[in-house]
Design a protein around this ligand. Structure first.
Ligand code: GLY
Ligand code: MN
Ligand code: MN
Length: 359
């Protein structure tokens, strides 16, 4: 059975093929976040340098050197001093470049100082690959890789269930969050990709309401949003529960459920992300609810695309992995968000988070 590193190597092969097609002599990918995990099998490298004429090299600060060497299949070079890091990496790149070489970078990710240093000292021309190479290499899951994402999205289901089971009058948001986190840690979550959200009562109307000492009361909403990770594959699931019954709140929940269902039914290769975003808002409007102040969804697990928003020009293709997370937020009263993880298949989508959305 394939392991995460097998997909990293495959992605690296894909990157090299694209470099040839796009006539890039070297690519300089910055570390940070989960992106490098999907190609170098570690999150702790500072920069991945891929010359077309030679093997890749991962530059890493001393603090993480041992773990990075153990984790990554890519040869690792220690950055000697922070002050000299730009020079050390640029010198390495220059050994693989000549006048007229093309160097692919994601210019937006670099600090002003680093970008300026490279522009001055790197042999060859800097080419921004943020909209070309990067979304092609990091477009989504290979078919056999979906298994790894299923596992972590299943862990998010389990943690949401633990939160629901911990709901009772008088329970604090801290306590509920602790139960959810305990459940996912015990089953193998290595990290969480963001701090667990538990927000109750009127606080559920905050898009991101971190847990507090507030105590839950009968008839209130409880919104739970959590993101376990395994091998750098990240889930991101939201459920909103009602403690007991409240018909008005139930109608809000049902409207968001319908919005999610309308979107997942429309997901398929070729679908436009801005159209999917519009579908979710239309369903909520048809139910008499206002627009929500965030985008419909985002990619997961370090992938670069797709963004599902009003202005996105992304078009879906098989393997793309993202969230679908519309909401209704009524300040002072409460809010509902439901969030699923989906992957695009040949003719539709597979939903990876499978916990019930309605009571
Ligand atoms: N937990 C933040 C989000 O759903 O995007
Ligand atoms: Mn979320
Ligand atoms: Mn999300």
């Amino acid at each position: 059975m394939s392991k995460p590193v097998d997909f990293c190597r495959k992605r690296y092969g894909h990157l090299r093929k694209l470099m040839q097609e796009q006539e890039l002599d070297l690519v300089y990918l910055l570390g940070g976040g989960q992106r490098l995990k999907r190609i170098a099998d570690t999150t702790s490298g500072a920069a991945l340098i891929v010359p077309l004429d030679s093997e890749p090299r991962l530059f890493c600060y001393s603090v993480d050197i041992n773990s990075t060497r153990e984790e990554s299949w890519v040869p690792v070079e220690e950055i000697k001093t922070r002050v000299e890091a730009n020079k050390q990496i640029t010198d390495h790149c220059n050994a693989h470049l000549r006048e007229g070489s093309r160097v692919g970078v994601q210019s937006e990710g670099f600090s002003h100082t680093t970008y300026g240093f490279m522009k001055e000292n790197l042999r060859g021309e800097l080419v921004d690959v943020a909209e070309t190479l990067v979304p092609e290499v990091f477009y989504g899951l290979y078919p056999e890789e979906a298994r790894l994402q299923r596992k972590v999205s299943g862990l998010a289901d389990l943690a949401c269930t633990a939160a629901r089971e911990a709901m009772k009058p008088g329970a604090t948001e801290y306590e509920i969050a602790a139960e959810a986190e305990y459940a996912m840690r015990r089953e193998g979550a290595e990290l969480t990709s963001f701090a667990t959200i538990v927000s109750t009562g009127p606080r559920s109307a905050y898009s991101h309401g971190w847990p507090t000492s507030r105590r839950l009361s009968d008839g209130e909403f409880m919104l739970v949003d959590l993101g376990p990770m395994i091998d750098g594959y990240a889930a991101d699931e939201t459920r909103t529960y009602i403690l007991g019954k409240d018909p008005g709140k139930q109608r809000m929940l049902e409207a968001v459920d319908r919005a999610v269902a309308a979107v997942t039914e429309a997901v398929r290769p070729g679908a436009r992300c801005s159209d999917l975003d519009a579908i979710s808002r239309r369903v909520l409007a048809d139910h008499g609810f206002p627009d929500y102040p965030h985008s419909l969804g985002h990619p997961l697990s370090g992938f670069a695309v797709p963004n599902l928003s009003k202005t996105s020009d992304h078009v879906l293709r098989e393997g793309m992995l993202f969230t679908v997370e519309p909401g209704i937020y009524a300040p002072g009263y409460g809010g509902v968000r439901l969030e699923e993880n989906v992957v695009v298949t040949g003719d539709g989508c597979e939903q990876l988070t499978l916990g019930p959305r309605l009571p």
